[in-house]
Design a protein around this ligand. Sequence first.
Ligand code: HEC
Length: 145
Amino acid sequence: MVRAALLLLLLHATVLSIVSGTPAWKADVLPFFENYCYDCHGDGTEKGDLSLDGYFTEASVLKDIKVWDTIKYQVENWVMPPPNKAQPTPTERKMVATYLENLLYPCDCDIPDPGRTTINRLNREQYDARPRRHRCQTHRHFPSR
Ligand code: HEC
């Protein structure tokens, strides 16, 4: 009886995580960079003085917010990878940009209850309507560009 209940609980949790579709660092975000960036910015290569080799965890990303703000910008605005190289899909770009936005700037002043899953449910109009600059300037601990 207890076993059956435990099994049900486990199943429930698994289904929930599949249904919510929240991107995960290891499963979704890191592979994006491995696929599209490592040729020039990883495995010992550092074009433009950028090496992604040291960033295998979210914690390491949070130590270099300024670097990752630039990365987010370039992914979001189709600057990188260079136009003649394999391109991520618009959905992949948005997934990574949104993920980094939430990671780097966790307070979303204009969206009530900003859970990570909430962001996922924004439709295109809502997403595009967001203010272009980050909403929480006070959380930037570096001079803005
Ligand atoms: C084919 C090689 C190549 C690939 C693939 C590539 N880059 Fe670059 N990247 C460069 C080169 C060359 C530069 C430096 C010159 C420039 O800015 O164009 C650069 C510069 C950058 C910079 C600017 C560094 C700075 O401090 O200004 C960032 C950020 C960046 N790349 C991120 C990425 C990301 C993220 C990806 C993957 C989505 C990626 N790049 C994929 C070649 C590449």
